[in-house]
Design a protein around this ligand. Structure first.
Ligand SMILES: NC(=O)c1ccc[n+]([C@@H]2O[C@H](COP(=O)([O-])OP(=O)(O)OC[C@H]3O[C@@H](n4cnc5c(N)ncnc54)[C@H](OP(=O)(O)O)[C@@H]3O)[C@@H](O)[C@H]2O)c1
Length: 309
């Protein structure tokens, strides 16, 4: 560890702080103080970390610690940084995926080093996040000793550093959201279809989860393009048409999501060489968005317009 960052503290005792502070302590780092908006959150985190105290205010953490993590919501990072008394030799670090270290410009202007340490992982609660960090990527940004410290920290937490240019961070974070929140959203919509069949979402999830796990295992083994299966990749337009008709008639709330993801899958299937150009065009006609095609047509004119859908 670089010698000037001997003690660390956290401002913001939410999900990410709970994961990181506990993991840092396990890895042998000195986490000495934590403050949050509410003292209850700060106390709860401090109790989990030996040698860590709940400070009354972020000012205390900034005064005491060599390296301060600002683990607050993204929009609160810059104003919080601007409210603290930074000094030479100190470091301010945020954990946002979308923001660059520019969000900490006010800390830099007062002599502190500024950096980013974004764990590419999901923490849905205050508990157990530390165990997920091993194997995770950490997007690190900073200069000189701070960058070296952050790289080493990523490795000591069992993960590995990745280096994202400031201007690329919104794209990087969009990829994270697609790989995490959007997958969960897609599954939520898939579970919702079970309600239209008279079953519960929970029954749907129980039935779908082995399929989800099988898919992730295949993605891990062969990458998403080879792992993908389904009627679009088989060029099975009749099945896709039946899906679109059923969704339009019985679960219209899920139709745009189904069609948008389907269009992306058509492009992927073509790139993979699974379907011909003509098959891809037929699929696109089935899946194009409602503003370009009225999805009620096939239902109203079933039999007469099926080929045109
Ligand atoms: N959750 C994730 O999966 C995840 C993953 C990677 C990175 N991140 C990043 O980590 C950062 C924190 O996200 P999070 O999900 O951990 O948020 P969170 O669970 O909502 O926690 C935020 C914490 O900050 C405290 N807080 C809010 N405004 C504050 C202020 N002005 N001063 C002091 N404390 C304040 C909150 O207060 P009280 O509890 O005290 O009321 C809460 O404890 C964000 O930059 C986010 O992008 C999140």
């Amino acid at each position: 560890m670089a010698s000037e960052f001997q003690s660390m503290g956290f401002v913001g005792a939410g999900r990410t702080a709970n994961a990181l502070a506990v993991a840092f302590a396990h890895a042998g780092y000195r986490v000495t103080s934590v403050a949050s908006r509410s003292n209850v959150s700060a106390l709860a985190l401090a109790r989990k970390v030996p040698g860590c105290r709940a400070a009354d205010s972020p000012l205390d953490v900034a005064a005491e610690c060599d390296l301060v993590f600002l683990t607050v919501p993204d929009d609160a990072i810059a104003p919080l940084a601007a409210s603290l008394p930074w000094r030479n030799g100190q470091a301010a670090v945020h954990c946002s995926g979308a923001l660059s270290s520019e969000a900490l410009r006010s800390a830099r202007e007062r002599g502190a080093a500024a950096g980013c340490f974004h764990p590419l992982q999901t923490f849905a609660s205050q508990e157990g996040g530390d165990a997920r960090l091993a194997g995770s990527a950490f997007a690190v940004e900073g200069q000189g000793e701070l960058l070296a410290w952050l790289e080493e920290a990523a490795r000591r937490l069992g993960g590995f550093p990745v280096f994202i240019k400031g201007g690329d961070r919104p794209l990087y974070h969009a990829s994270a959201v697609m790989a995490c929140g959007y997958i969960a959203t897609m599954l939520d919509a898939a579970c919702g279809l079970w309600e239209h069949m008279g079953a519960s979402r929970e029954e749907g999830l129980k039935a779908l989860l082995p399929l989800v796990k099988g898919t992730i295992a295949n993605v891990e083994e062969n990458g998403p393009r080879i792992a993908a299966t389904g009627p679009i990749l088989r060029g099975d337009a009749g099945t896709v048409r039946r899906h679109v008709e059923a969704l339009a008639g019985r679960a219209p709330e899920a139709l745009p999501l189904y069609c948008q993801a389907g269009l992306a899958m058509v492009t992927m299937a073509q790139a993979r060489g699974s379907i011909s150009g003509a098959q891809a065009e037929e699929m696109r006609r089935l899946l194009e968005p409602p503003d370009r095609k009225d999805h009620t047509l096939p239902l109203m004119r079933k039999g007469t317009r099926a080929g045109a859908l």
